[in-house]
Each structure stands twice: as C-alpha cells, then as structure tokens.
Write a protein that binds this ligand. Structure first.
Ligand code: ADE
Length: 344
C-alpha cells in the first residue's frame, strides 16, 4: 500500500511511534526549523504566561510528518499545561466533544488532529466553546426543547490539518494564530539527524553520510529519522557499523529509494506519464487507472512531493512532466505547444 512506503510521511507501526517519541523535541529551544512559526509561538507563549492567560487557539496546517503533533506537545509543555489529544473523526457526536471539553482545567490544551474531518454537527458545538468557553446543549425535544449552557474552563485548542482548504471559514476564523508548516531544508534535516544520532547512540564520523540521508528525506523529519534507522541496521550487518555515503547509498537503494528520495511508486507514476502518455498532459484519473491505484491516494501521497521538487506540473488539461523529471528518469523531454496560462 502507498502509505506503507519507506518514504511515507505518515507514522507507521506503533514501535516506530515509540522511537519517534524518544526523538521528538520537548522544548521550544530544542525545536529545529520552522523559524517564523517558532518566533510567533515564542512571543505568544511569553505574552500569555506573563498575563497568566491561556494561549489563543492555534491552527497548524501543512503536509504530514512535519511535526504538528510534536509542536502541540512542545507548546503545552512550555505553557506548563496538560494536553489532551483527540482527532476529528474520533469526535463523532456532540457529546464526545462535551466530554472532552468538560474535563479540561484552566489553560489546558486540547489537540484535535485531522480537524478537517470534524463532523459538521460537532463543529457547531465548538464555536461557543472556542469563543466564550461555553457549550450550548439542546435538551428535550419538540415544544419542550431548551438550550442548556455548560461552562468549560478557558483552554487552548490546537487544531492540525493536512487539508486547510477543507476547513469551513467560521471554524478557521476562530483561531488566533494560523500557521502553515513548510518542508524542512536539507540543512535543518541535517541538524535533526545529528541530534537523533546522539539520542540513538549512532556513531557517525562522516558528515557526508548524514547529508546523503537528509537529501533523501523529502523535507520531512519523520522520514529522515526512519531512513537513519534503516541505514544504521544496514551498516551494522553489512559494513561493520560504518555509516558512510556509499553505505547510505547501498542501504537505501536496497529499499528502492533513490538520490532524491523517490521510491518505486513515484518512479512508476512518473514513467507512466513520461513513457505511456508522452510526458502528458494527462488526467489524474487516467494515470491512476493505469497504475491500478486510487486517484485520491496518488493525489495525497505521491503528487505533493513531486510538485514540491518541480517534477510535475498540474495544468488544466492534466498532469505533465517537467524537464527536470525527464532528466532524472533518463527520458526524452519534448517541449509541448502548451499555453502557459494552462498552468495553475
Ligand atoms: N525531531 C523531529 N523533528 C524535530 C524538530 N523539528 N526539531 C528537533 N528534533 C526533531
């Protein structure tokens, strides 16, 4: 399955989640990357603490694996608050939300992952809770129907989503701080990898080996740490524990991950557009059918990174390969008589 790829940005087995926890930063000072967001948070946290107010509600959006959950924990930790974690789909009914909100103490953080999947009926309950820390519940029915107000303690809602566009604007507008997390630079991933080596006890005296891992990590710390663990195992078994660039190459080639961090699924997708459809433009549904994959999966897990590295163009007439993609795959690039206004 596409989400079980070595370079999938989603967390995989529970054991991986455990190792991830051990590698996560717990304080803002340890957090690497996302400098604009960190600066905004530092200010909000310091101001909130000095006024003894809970933080404003925060919405974090961006691709998976960039540390939205980690950040929520860092924020709660810095505020000296407790954090309760739930997700949009887990809050199926209004009563689930009431249960979550009424156990919060002053200043606690409620983290709702995948907040774009919050059912519409539950969303209605959340508005007064976010604005006035009260929940309006309708009891009885028909002519006897009344609204009862339940108060909750002032809290901070941190919402995370990979699909900010799916959030309704009334919900969006109730967040005080909204921030988009960006892919990490190779330099930042390198710092994260060095830190992880220290925490995992991996001795790496070859900086280029870590650079090679960072370059294959698709701008995503979770992938960087996963690749590091694979390289560590490979080095231990095949290279007397030496983590060197050629060991990184061999370890990750064995897993089908190339120098840019593309795997077989990415290459199949690109080759189908390149070879079968002459470089495109071709409709997503057509490519998905040729690959025998679900088009939504392709759109969510394959295309974002290919768009990010400039290998793919989304045009009105469909997907097309760029020159860089053709060069990477060793395919001939044919300039299409394509109106640039097609690009969006
Ligand atoms: N581990 C995973 N993500 C990290 C980050 N942003 N900073 C430090 N360590 C990390």
């Amino acid at each position: 399955m596409a989400t079980e790829r070595l370079i999938a940005p989603q967390a995989q087995q529970p054991e991986e989640e455990q190792t991830n926890w051990a590698l996560r930063p717990t304080q803002i000072a340890e957090y690497i990357g996302q400098p604009d967001l960190i600066e905004r948070l530092r200010i909000a946290i310091q101001a909130g603490k000095s006024r003894q107010d809970p933080l404003e509600h925060i919405l974090l959006h961006g691709p998976p694996g960039l540390g939205k959950t980690t950040l929520a924990h860092v924020i709660a930790n810095e505020m000296g608050s407790r954090i309760y974690t739930t997700s949009g789909p887990a809050l199926a009914r209004g009563t689930d939300l009431v249960a979550a909100l009424t156990r919060l103490q002053q200043g606690d953080v409620l983290f709702i992952d995948e907040i774009h999947r919050l059912p519409v009926a539950v969303e209605e309950f959340i508005y007064p809770a976010m604005e006035d820390f009260r929940i309006d519940v309708t009891v009885d029915s028909g002519l006897n129907a009344r609204t009862v107000q339940i108060r909750c303690k002032p809290f901070t809602l941190i919402g995370a989503t990979t699909r900010a566009g799916l959030l309704s604007s009334p919900l969006r507008s109730r967040f005080g701080l909204i921030h988009h997390l960006k892919y990490y630079s190779t330099a930042d991933l390198l710092i994260i990898l060095r830190r992880s080596c220290g925490l995992l006890g991996v001795g790496v005296d070859n900086e280029q080996a870590l650079e090679a891992i960072a370059a294959r990590s698709r701008g995503t710390p979770r992938i960087a740490n996963r690749l590091l663990r694979r390289v560590r195992d490979f080095a231990q078994v095949k290279a007397a524990g030496r983590v060197e660039p050629k060991v990184v190459d061999a370890a990750l080639m064995l897993e089908g991950v190339d120098q840019l961090g593309l795997d077989e699924l990415d290459r199949t997708y690109l080759r189908i557009i390149g070879a079968t459809y002459d470089g495109g433009p071709v409709g997503l549904e057509t490519v998905a059918a040729t690959m025998n994959e679900d088009s939504q999966t392709i759109e969510d897990v394959v295309e974002p990174y290919l768009l990010q590295i400039g290998f793919l163009a989304r045009t009105r007439r469909g997907r097309a390969l760029t020159k860089a993609a053709c060069e990477h795959l060793g395919l001939k690039y044919t300039v299409k008589d394509q109106d640039q206004s097609d690009l969006f």
